[in-house]
Design a protein around this ligand. Structure first.
Ligand code: CUV
Ligand code: SF4
Length: 640
């Protein structure tokens, strides 16, 4: 067992190296933060006004409430929903940037972007009610982009968010309407929630949580339009074979990592690099090598087959190889410490967004109007940096694993179509109804160094696979499986139970792919969790079930970001049982904790549970799937 909190062997080697050169990584900093403050850890510390921080001190007279009189349940509820606000703001702002780019592309103002996937454009247009008959692609794209942008500024509360309304099943929509969590505008809902949780405003925890759920639904709306519009601009993922882990960084090449979230930049870097191999050769390298970190890495993996270097917790370690020439970052999940890591080497950290700068790092304002030239200039920075690389400092772990990825929902359905041409989604429905597979689990979320990096991601996936659960994956969780060598056909043979193996055998025989399907279908970045929900919606319709009756569970073993809280919350509102592998800061109020882990089920069918132990979490996830299956069988018997 390693002295470090990671199961990744390549990471361990780089942590040794960091130790040697005296660089303190996020692993050291996580240790330095222990023990955590119990108030903060359980959610009963309030800093919403300047009279705070107020803590809940039940033993002191007057100490069981904040200075203003806020009780534990108010404080915990407010803190929780403010996480959701941060997450929804990040996801939806990402979506808004894509929508603006699509609009300006359709208007002919951005020469370097195009409508790439016309089929997807038509599909989205039809879904959201944009006229397609006899119109050209750009005209349709303009209306689709405008509809996306209209999600943000709408202030008429009688209207509803277009994407939510167009994709969610009617019963689910009606539950949201009845509980008043159906949003009309993203900006309005976000502002309202910050208002609602201001000092001296709402102190009713249930009302606060419902305000939070409304914003969580804005989160999925922003995610979903980001996915749809990114597919339109850059193409919808198709199966790709590539590799993952730090060995994807190549000693003889100019190495550029794209890191962050927004494909507007990373896609252009990939495109530009293709034409610049000669410039890299002129500098003495054998070419340019691109690798991805975090979700923008997932975006270019899905669409371009770019290899995965590593995931969130180990991003500094990509720099520790000494062979990373530039790390080009956009927004979200980028550690400020990358700059200090880069100082140990020749690496250039290039920030590109006006809202994500790191003191001392290189800022290059990425300009969509001259996107290709911007991307080229950024790549030239990397080539320049390569010239300054000190070969004596290079040590790249010789570890990579085969990855089969690129499973947009469309790509999955295309494979199912080979088995059942008339009704592709039936393929999963049949497998569930016959008991061949127990159901579906979505493996999602971040890394969180309160636990051991990637340990629970992989352990839970293995246990679920052994129990014949079909796995979907996304975000840094997907990357954990890829890094560990579990995202390929060999892993099916190694880990899947008999039923799941049979299911895969049928798909593999029909797929027409040159490689076997992987143990989990990597559906993309965190905004692409929308793809998973659309799959569940389709499955519910096909099986004649409510969403909350589908044998489907969600697991975020290492949830970390505010975005993860927002994602968890909309999953619950959609009817999905949602496992979180860290004890959430809701436990400081029994009431709030009960609302999100128990009462939520009565209202939405979905609920949270916290479980840091992988074996216990897997057992509970399997129980939930079995219970849902059993209830469905009983329901069917009662009907027949
Ligand atoms: Ni958006 S949000 S750590 S990169 S998944 Fe990875 Fe994924 Fe969480 Fe961040
Ligand atoms: Fe304290 Fe109330 Fe201010 Fe929170 S809002 S810091 S509980 S006085």
């Amino acid at each position: 067992m390693s002295e470090y909190k990671t199961i990744d062997v390549a990471a361990t080697q780089m942590l040794d190296k960091a130790k040697e050169i005296g660089f303190l990584t996020t692993f050291d900093r996580a240790k330095a933060q222990e023990p955590r403050c119990t108030f903060g850890n359980t959610g009963i510390c309030c800093r919403i006004c300047l009279q705070g921080p107020c803590r809940i001190l039940p033993k002191k007279p007057g100490g069981n409430k904040g200075v203003c009189g806020a009780a534990d349940y108010t404080i915990v509820a407010r803190n929780t929903v403010r996480y959701i606000a941060g997450g929804a703001a990040a996801h939806s702002d990402h979506g808004r940037e894509i929508a603006e780019t699509l609009l300006h592309t359709a208007e002919g103002k951005l020469k370097d972007y195009q409508v790439t996937d016309v089929d997807k454009l038509m599909y989205v247009a039809k879904n959201i009610g944009v006229e397609t008959e006899g119109r050209d692609a750009n005209a349709i794209a303009k209306d689709v982009a405008s509809a996306a942008l209209a999600e943000f500024g709408r202030i008429n509360e009688a209207e509803e968010l277009t994407w939510l309304k167009s994709y969610a099943p009617e019963n689910t929509l009606n539950i949201w309407r009845k509980t008043t969590v159906m949003p009309s505008g993203i900006n309005l809902s976000l502002a309202k929630l910050l208002h609602q949780t201001h000092v001296g405003n709402d102190s009713d925890p249930v009302n606060i949580i419902f305000g939070g759920l409304k914003v969580a639904l804005c989160d999925i709306d922003g995610q979903h339009l980001a996915t749809d519009l990114s597919d339109i601009l850059f193409g919808t993922g198709v199966p790709v074979v590539t590799e993952a882990n730090l060995g994807a960084i190549k000693a003889d090449k100019v190495n550029i990592a794209v890191h962050g979230h927004n494909p507007l930049l990373s896609q252009m870097v990939v495109k530009a690099a293709k034409g610049m191999q000669d410039e890299a050769k002129a500098a003495g390298a054998t070419g340019i090598n691109l690798v991805g970190i975090c979700c923008t890495g997932n975006e270019v993996l899905m669409r371009e087959g770019v290899a995965i270097a590593t995931n969130f917790a180990t991003q500094e370690l990509a720099v520790m190889t000494g062979a990373m020439d530039a790390m080009v970052v956009d927004v979200q999940c980028i550690m400020p410490s990358l700059r200090s890591a880069a100082e140990c080497f020749h690496t250039k950290i290039v920030t590109t967004s006006p809202i994500m700068k790191i003191p001392g790092s290189y800022h290059y304002a990425f300009d969509e109007a001259r996107a290709m030239d911007s991307a080229k200039e950024i790549i030239r920075l990397a080539i320049d940096a390569y010239k300054a690389r000190d070969k004596a400092k290079v040590s790249i772990p010789n570890i990579t694993n085969k990855v089969v990825a690129g499973f947009s929902l469309e790509a999955m359905l295309n494979i199912f179509k080979k088995v059942n041409p008339d009704n592709p989604i039936r393929v999963i429905a049949d497998a569930i109804e016959s008991g061949e597979i127990k159901g579906i689990a979505a493996l999602i979320g971040c890394n969180n160094l309160k636990g051991t990096h990637d340990q629970n991601h992989t352990a839970i996936a293995q246990e679920l696979a052994k129990n014949d659960v079909l796995l979907l994956a996304g975000g840094c969780s997907a990357q954990a499986h890829a890094l560990a060598g579990m995202m390929n056909g060999e892993a099916v043979q190694q880990y899947a139970g008999e039923g799941l193996k049979k299911f895969y055998a049928r798909l593999n025989a029909a797929s027409g792919l040159t490689t076997d399907l992987p143990l989990m279908f990597h559906m993309g970045s965190c905004v692409d969790y929308s793809r998973m929900q659309v799959l569940v919606n389709m499955l519910a319709a096909e099986m004649g079930l409510d969403n909350s009756e589908v044998p489907y569970v969600v697991s975020a073993p290492e949830a970390m970001s505010e975005k993860a809280v927002a994602i968890g919350a909309w999953n619950v509102a959609y009817g999905n049982p949602t496992h979180v592998g860290v004890i959430a800061p809701t436990v400081g109020s029994q009431l709030v904790n009960d609302v999100v882990t128990k009462i939520a089920e009565d209202v939405f069918g979905g609920y949270f549970f916290w479980e840091p132990d992988a074996a216990k979490a897997s057992a509970r996830l399997i129980d939930i799937l079995e219970e849902r299956n059993w209830k469905n069988v009983m329901r069917k018997k009662a009907r027949d």
